[in-house]
Design a protein around this ligand. Structure first.
Ligand code: SF4
Length: 392
């Protein structure tokens, strides 16, 4: 799972120069379109949001396969310079500067329209208790202004929207952060703080988002901020993202999941998908049998008190025993929650993520993370993927 090497960006295309040179004034909502000049949009006045959030908010038309809406309003900071990091699996990475303006880049398989923050807040405030959203999440990126602007977006939101009605999560960017930044976000009303470790081991981290691809991140700095988050936000209020299928073993992921649980936090899993335009777009998505085993085992560790030491693994680090009796395992599989998208909780249940990210890690034809409760037919397919006999 080796990333391609990033190419050299001509100097005249670096740092969002094309967008800043043209300096087109934004007018309301901007739908990604790389055939027109991208307006000069900046947070905190502008934010980007997932296509699912834009459809749910009613600023984009469209329908999602088997989903009515998303329960999480993901807001992504935006600047013409974009994210200054270069993570190999990410559609937002800096190496794409020559090819596509930042606000036009695909990220977790979808476009991210840009919207004035005031318009977003007006709409959610007007919907009041009828809002479909169970949570809002601010996604920081690696940019010199991202700490200050995250605070500005959070403050603008909590000034108008009660954070106990729609709690706020922070998807942080540890590279530019200090403990004081973590404290400030808590004091401004953030509910959950997450760190996108993404890589399950230090070696994969270095290869995919550290020096290996000319990116500024370090495993040690990510852990430093994660541990601050544990102190400041407290148990069950911090977590880490992990991408499954970037060359680690199943045991590597599950040992990390266990470590996070032992610290008092949660893990949010993503199935590796070769994002178009990324430095890993030539690599295969995670085989479904591997993904399902890790999803199931992670759910048992996070929510059913099973420990990684109770499980058994083969010599390749694959799960061969989940550490609980077959009848209990069957009941967990049949409940289906283990195979839904994992993330910060909404209003349905502690183990059901508000952040459902429809088709963020797979196409609808071969769903990895189910953004809804899997049907009987889905569960039959999941059992096949797990190599289990059909349920009678
Ligand atoms: S820091 Fe986040 S947004 Fe930036 S390239 Fe890495 S994964 Fe993508």
């Amino acid at each position: 799972m080796l990333p391609r090497a990033p190419g050299t960006i001509p100097i005249e295309l670096r740092n969002g120069a094309r967008v800043k040179r043209a300096n087109v004034a934004p007018q309301g909502v901007y739908l990604p379109n790389y055939n027109v000049l991208t307006p000069n949009m900046r947070s905190p006045e502008y934010v980007q949001m997932s296509t699912a959030a834009a459809i749910t908010l009613g600023i984009m038309s469209g329908r999602m396969y088997r989903c009515e809406c998303t329960r999480c309003l993901n807001l992504l900071l935006t600047y013409p310079e974009g994210c200054r990091a270069n993570c190999a699996y990410c559609g937002l990475a800096r190496h794409r500067e020559a090819e596509r303006d930042y606000a036009d880049r695909n990220f977790i398989r979808v476009d991210w329209p840009a919207v004035p923050l005031a318009q977003v807040i007006d709409k959610v405030a007007a919907d009041g208790a009828a809002s479909p959203f169970h949570r809002m999440c601010i996604s920081m990126i690696t940019h010199p202004r991202s700490d200050e602007d995250t605070r500005a977006v959070l403050k603008a939101w909590t000034d108008r929207i009660d954070p106990s009605a729609i709690p706020v999560s922070i998807l942080s960017n540890p590279t530019t952060m200090t403990r004081a930044d973590v404290v400030a976000l808590k004091e401004l009303g953030a509910d959950i703080f997450t760190v996108a470790l993404d890589a399950a081991t230090p070696e994969i981290f270095e290869r995919t988002r550290g020096k290996g691809v000319g990116s500024p991140h370090s495993w040690a700095k990510y852990w430093e901020i994660l541990l601050h988050a544990r102190d400041v936000f407290g148990p069950q209020k911090f977590g880490a993202h992990i991408i499954v299928g970037m060359g680690e073993t199943e045991y590597d992921v599950l040992a990390l999941v266990q470590k996070l649980v032992d610290l008092g936090g949660h893990s949010h899993l993503f199935c590796f998908f070769p994002e178009k335009g990324s430095l890993m777009d030539h690599l295969p998505p995670t085989p479904r049998d591997q993904w399902r085993r890790v999803q199931l085992a992670r759910y048992l560790i996070d929510y059913r008190g099973v420990r990684v030491e109770h499980m058994r693994f083969d010599e390749a680090g694959r799960v061969i025993d989940y550490g609980i009796p077959t009848s209990e395992l069957d009941a967990v599989i049949e409940a289906g929650v283990a195979f839904r998208t994992s993330g910060c909780p909404g209003k349905f249940a502690e183990d059901i993520s508000a952040c459902d990210r429809p088709y963020g890690d797979s196409p609808p034809s071969d769903i990895a993370s189910y953004p809804f409760a899997p049907s009987k037919g889905d569960l039959r397919r999941i059992r096949r993927q797990l190599g289990l006999a059909p349920k009678r």
